[in-house]
Each structure stands twice: as C-alpha cells, then as structure tokens.
Design a protein around this ligand. Structure first.
Ligand code: PMP
Length: 384
C-alpha cells in the first residue's frame, strides 16, 4: 500500500501538480502576510471583505456568549437552536424561497442534495466544469450521470435524449475556476420541456450578484418554480462558514428526514450563525461594497486589455488568466508572490488538462491601485 502511495506522490511532483498549503500569518482579507512578507491577497473568496469586518467579528463574540461556540449535537438531536432557525428564515427571505436549511459546508450540502434526491436508475446531467462536490454527490447517489459541454445547451439536449429515470440538471451558477455564469433562463426552459429538475450551486453568486446580493437567481429574476433547488455557501462572500439549501417546504422536509450528510453530523456553530445574520444585514447596509466590487471588475478587465493580457470576459470577481502548462503557471504565481501578490496557481485535475491558470479573485477591500500594480507585474513576468 505504501509503495503505491509513494509512487503517486512522486508522480504528483514530477507533473508539477503538487498542491501547496501556505501558512498565512494575518487574516486573509485584502492585505495579508506570509511570515513577514506583506501580500495583497488576490486568492480569497471573501469577496465583500466580511471575514474581518468589525461588525461580523463582534457578532461572533456576542453570539458565542449568547448561544455558545459549539452546537454540541446534530440538528435532530439537540444542536438546533433558535439562532439557526432565525438564520434559516433570513436566508429563505433573502433568496425568496419558502424555506432554507443550514449545512456545515457547501461540500456536504451538495453531497446531501444529490445523494438523497437521486436513485439508482435516475440520471444527473452535469455541466462538465461543475464543482467537484457535485460530482462526488452523484457518485454517492450511485446513479447514472452524463456530462454536457460547458454552457452548451445543444450538448445538454443531446444528453437528455439519452437520459433514463428521473433527471436532475445540475449547474454551478458562477463557475468557480472560470468566473462565467450558467445560462439559467435556457436551463429553466430545457428542464421544463424535458420534465427534469433543475439545481443551481450559487456558491460564488450569493452576496455578490443581484440587486440585494441574493445571487445569480435574483439577478436573472428566477423564482422557486423555475429553479426549485438552490444551494449557496456562507464561507465565501458572506465571510463566515457553512452553507444552505433553499427551496420548497417539501424539499427541505425531505432533506431533514432523509439526507444522511445532514442527519449524522454536528450542527454548525451557533455563534457563527449569529455572525452570519450580521453579514446578511451588511448586504443591505453596506451595499456600496457590491458596487465597488463591480467597479473593480470593470477596472480589471479594461486594464488587462490595455496591457495586452489575454483574459476571459468574466463579469464576476473570479478573473482567470489561463497560461496552459503547469510549470509556467507555478513559476508566474511564485514570482508574483515575490512581488507581493498572492494568486492561486490552479492546475489539473481541478481544471482540464493544458488549462492551468492563475485564479485571480477581486474583493471589496482592494483598491484600483492594487489591480494596476498586479496586472503590470503580471504583464512583465508573463512575457519575460
Ligand atoms: N460549490 C462550489 C461551486 C464551490 O466553489 C465550493 C467551494 N470551493 C463549494 C461548492 C463547497 O463549499 P464549501 O467550501 O462551503 O464546502
């Protein structure tokens, strides 16, 4: 067994696929530190800068005193407190769905949804760039699955023609490594024509998109009748931790009764639920953060174009710069770090072969000068 493990680890290094785990010596928002080196962080999903927001930090303290740090049991034993209930109601109100259900993280929410809804002879239809947790939920369900070409509705229809049993179309709202968005209106139409259920993982849209920060579904004005299953996370734009599913009373009750990744795990921290409620209030009170983020996205796109960098037309805080080979991507990411910029080097199997990339993420704590400095440095490094 250990021979095999050693061989696999060696191959990982030879192919320049080894995953690095950096140790930060300061909070991740905006500016961070590794050792004594100050870095502008362009690799965090804390898009609104809430992880370190004084009101959210204060709420975590107050929440711990009032509700405790840990839940002490699973939701169905004695871990579910009024503060969890309040947060679920606030999330249902934000997303305009009848009911919401909290999960300890997005990975578990996706495992729960797909493995509980689908049975052996059913079929899940995945955009091929969907998040890993959606595929893993499908493996846990043990059902059939088909992958359609990224954003390609013709490809989806072809797969649907071959699908068997009940069908579930699953898509990321905002694709986590590309920053582009799913064609939700087309997906609603196709799901109706083919009597398939539609599920959207809006981990990267919640908090950022839509007039009130309720995500891609709010931006596209899609109701629960059009998109019956919504999953969102709390550890990205909301700056805390956890996730939720929002949908009909029936969907939520079904998950409570049957979803093993919900039933057999300790409830998430009640103090964190209190902090998340404060983050939700800030979505309204500090709506300027979303506007500022939008301005930064435009600024990134126009500056990169002026500098002749090849970028994707992403309208979200996720701005990938595809380099191609693993070695160059790692080299550029490390050189950027030397110059004071923290950027993720994302390589296969997280992204398809030959599409290794820098995953640059923008957040409300950045200033236009940070973006100009990053892009000028990148343009020098990438062409040298
Ligand atoms: N879905 C998507 C699209 C994601 O990007 C992520 C996080 N990388 C998850 C689900 C998992 O969420 P969490 O980090 O809360 O487990």
């Amino acid at each position: 067994m250990f021979d095999r493990i050693h061989q696999r680890l060696q191959r990982q290094t030879q192919q320049q696929r080894q995953r690095e785990r950096l140790v930060l010596n300061a909070p991740p928002s905006g500016l961070t530190r590794i050792g004594h080196k100050e870095l502008v962080n362009f690799s965090s999903n804390d898009y609104l800068g809430f992880a370190q927001h004084p009101a959210v930090v204060h709420a975590l303290e107050v929440g711990a005193k009032r509700w405790g740090v840990g839940a002490g049991a699973s939701h169905l034993v004695s871990g579910h407190s009024q503060i969890h209930e309040d947060l679920e109601q606030a999330l249902a109100a934000l997303t305009q769905r009848p009911r919401a259900l909290l999960f300890s993280n997005g990975y578990m929410a996706n495992l729960a949804l797909i493995s509980t809804l689908m049975e052996k002879d059913d079929t899940v239809l995945h955009d091929r760039l969907n998040h890993a947790s959606l595929f893993d939920g499908t493996l846990l369900a043990g059902c059939r699955f088909l992958r359609y070409q990224h954003l390609d509705m013709t490809s989806l229809k072809q797969r649907l023609a071959r699908a068997q049993g009940h069908c579930l179309i699953v898509t990321d709202g905002v694709f986590s490594m590309d920053g582009d968005t799913a064609p939700l209106r087309d997906l609603v139409q196709i799901s109706r024509t083919h009597e398939a259920m539609l599920m959207v993982d809006d981990a990267h849209g919640i908090g950022v998109l839509g007039p009130h920060g309720a995500g891609l579904l709010e931006q596209e004005q899609l109701s629960v009748n059009e998109v019956p299953i919504l999953m969102g996370t709390l550890g990205k734009a909301l700056g805390t931790a956890g996730a939720f599913v929002a949908g009909s009373e029936t969907l939520i009750e079904y998950l409570i009764q049957f979803a093993r990744p919900y039933i057999y795990t300790t409830a998430s921290s009640p103090a964190m639920a209190y902090a998340t409620l404060t983050a939700l209030e800030l979505l309204e009170k500090e709506a300027w953060r979303r506007t500022h983020l939008k301005d930064l996205i435009h600024h990134f796109q126009s500056t990169a174009t002026e500098l002749g960098l090849t970028i994707q037309p992403s309208q979200t805080p996720i701005q990938p710069v595809v380099i191609g080979d693993n070695t160059t991507t790692l080299r550029v990411a490390r050189a950027l770090r030397e110059h004071g910029f923290l950027v993720g080097a994302i390589r296969p199997p997280t992204v398809p072969e030959h599409t290794a990339r820098l995953r640059i993420t923008l957040c409300a704590d950045h200033r236009p000068e940070h973006i100009i400095a990053l892009l000028q440095t990148l343009s020098r490094l990438h062409t040298s």
